[in-house]
Design a protein around this ligand. Structure first.
Ligand code: ADP
Length: 580
């Protein structure tokens, strides 16, 4: 945090210095004015012209300085915003350098959400800290000059004000501590409340909510959470009220004592000087309070910031953006005694797997739900590292992020991003080789991917939030585009998790024909319940209860594995009943 703030100051030092000068002069002269005018009036040899001249000059300076500090103040808000945007960018960068395993960890995700909130607001979090820091210096400076001006006449008023105003610091601190403590609570409650807001505005949930009459239970849960949130805010309001009263009492005491001191010295001081001291006292009190409040706020934000910054720093940031590995030769993969449990869980999801495959292989993975099929391919393609054992490529042990470069995948929950279809398929211009473009276009035609009666093209946009005329693919159409995205990544081995679940039978057949054809160049691994798959794969890995039950060709397995036959029978009976 300190480094980031230092950087902001260094970058904008000139504008900040001019702003400070204008701000300090404006505030100081403004407070000084009343006493000063009185002192001019007290001067015996002051004529009207001289008086008017001095006053005009005096107010002209105040006016210019106020004007400058207002304009520059706006500019500084813009600079703080700009810096916040840069921080968001670096946060995103840092986040996606974190190992993928953290994204399946609830604690990490919740800290990350709060981090995003920290950078998400205009007046709170990061931008708030910057603005606080910017104003801290002129406030402090005004404390010093008003203190010195008063101190020349009465040091006791300065000390009294510093001590009494200082008492408000623990008060403010207490309120901030409450905010930090309940931020955790609030953060989590807030996230859950957001969840309810999201499902209320999302039509895919809306369907189920209506179909199953879920409204009462949703409202009930929402009310519980809303009550908890109201409770926190209520406690905060009560605390804030007590603290506000205390701080007001301190202020009244301070004002009263200062007025009493001035009353006692009324014989030694001129009226102009008394006014000057009093207005300087108001400036001192106000600015010192602001300094203390700013420090307390900074303290609070620094705590929040440290919390997630260390979480991100500890999230194993070693992953560099996956490069398109265009010249991958065939490669061998070996799983050696690989076991895996999800982070934060004791359950062994994959238990001591050993097998070899080649990137040219055509491989199927089958097993019942929850057996560990998806987890196996997540390990393979480099989303996780094994908890035990090694994954070797060409006989060399690999880390997760090294493996990412070798595979191109379609998961059941893969997504397209808001942008053109070209962006989604090719990511950057360099990959736009004309044969790829042709390949994509013929794919659109073969799969009759149409919007408003016209075939879609690379320039067709997706994402209703971004484009009013966005193409809204159906579930099956989206799956076809996700498959295409994997297909156009040269040379990588294809890894497909139930890739055809949303496709109609004719498209499904076309898909298998296509990857058959593709597989002359590169192999694939497919998880599928579909019987058709066994006709096109060379080898099947059968997973049962988190272990490899058997590996072999379809014919071998039919002969030797009861479990394989059992799975096949289940699948074929399903197909038969579907056919009836
Ligand atoms: P399959 O693909 O064979 O249906 P998965 O590999 O998806 O099975 O899941 C295997 C097991 O791992 C399941 O018991 C599932 O509950 C568990 N699991 C999956 N994802 C996570 C996760 N992020 N955290 C903890 N457990 C998980």
């Amino acid at each position: 945090m300190k480094k980031k703030i230092k950087y902001f100051f260094k970058q904008n030092i000139c504008i900040l210095l001019i702003f400070y000068l204008a701000f300090i002069i404006a505030y100081f002269l403004d407070s000084y004015s009343f006493g000063y005018i009185l002192s001019l009036l007290e001067e015996k040899n002051m004529n009207f012209t001289k008086f008017t001249g001095i006053i005009l000059l005096f107010y002209a300076i105040i006016f210019i300085c106020k004007f400058m500090s207002d304009i520059l103040g706006q500019k500084i808000v813009y600079l703080a915003f700009k810096s916040r945007m840069e921080q968001v960018q670096s946060l995103v960068d840092k986040t996606y350098k974190s190992k993928y395993q953290y994204f399946e960890d609830n604690n990490f995700m919740s800290t990350l959400n709060r981090a995003i909130d920290f950078f998400g607001g205009d007046n709170i979090g990061y931008q708030g800290v910057i603005i606080d820091m910017v104003y801290l210096f002129p406030y402090l400076f005004l404390v010093i000059i008003s203190g010195v001006t008063i101190g020349k006449n009465n040091i006791f008023i300065v000390l009294l004000t510093l001590i009494l105003t200082g008492l408000s610091f623990p008060i403010k601190q207490k309120l901030n501590d409450f905010d930090i403590d309940t931020d955790l609570e609030n953060g989590q409650i807030g996230e859950k409340l957001e969840y309810f807001q999201e499902i209320t505005t999302d039509n895919s949930y809306g369907k189920d909510i209506r179909t199953f009459g879920l409204k009462p239970i949703i409202l009930e849960r929402y009310e519980e959470l809303a009550k908890a949130a109201k409770d926190i805010i209520n406690r905060r309001t009560n605390l804030a009220t007590v603290l506000a009263i205390l701080s007001l009492l301190i202020e009244v005491l301070n004002d009263g004592l200062v007025l009493y001191i001035l009353y006692l010295s009324r014989n030694e001081l001129s009226l102009a000087l008394i006014f000057l001291i009093f207005s300087m006292y108001i400036l001192l009190k106000t600015m010192f309070k602001k300094v203390l409040e700013t420090l307390a706020d900074l303290n609070k934000n620094a705590k929040l910031f440290t919390d997630y910054d260390s979480t991100l720093d500890n999230s194993g940031q070693e992953y560099n953006d996956s490069q398109m590995a265009n010249n991958l030769e065939g490669f061998d993969i070996e799983f050696k005694n690989v076991s895996f449990a999800y982070p934060g869980s004791e359950d062994i999801v994959l238990d001591n797997l050993n097998f070899n495959i080649n990137s040219q292989d055509k491989l199927g993975i089958i097993g019942e739900n929850g057996a560990g099929k998806t987890t196996l391919i997540k390990l393979l393609i480099g989303l996780f590292d094994p908890s035990e054992g090694k994954i070797l490529i060409n006989n060399k042990p690999t880390t997760a992020d090294q493996r990412l470069e070798y595979f191109s995948s379609v998961f059941q929950n893969s997504l397209l991003f808001a942008g053109s279809i070209g962006d989604n398929l090719f990511f950057n211009e360099d990959n736009l080789a004309s044969d790829k473009v042709e390949y994509a276009r013929s794919y659109f035609a073969e799969n009759t991917l149409k919007k408003d009666g016209q075939l879609i093209d690379l320039s067709t946009n997706i994402g209703q939030d971004f484009y009013d005329d966005a193409f809204k693919p159906s579930g099956g159409q989206e799956q076809l585009l996700l498959i295409l995205r994997a297909l156009v990544q040269d040379a990588r081995m294809l890894v497909l998790d139930e890739p055809t679940s949303a496709l109609d039978p004719s498209k499904e057949i076309e898909f298998y024909e296509r990857i058959e054809k593709e597989s002359k160049e590169r192999g694939f691994i497919v998880i599928s319940h579909r019987l058709a798959v066994s006709n096109i794969v060379d080898k099947v890995i059968v997973i049962k209860d988190h272990k490899i039950e058997d590996i072999g060709g379809h014919d071998e397995l039919i002969k030797r594995s009861d479990y394989y036959r059992h799975l096949r029978d289940l699948a074929s009976s399903m197909y038969e009943s579907e056919a009836k």
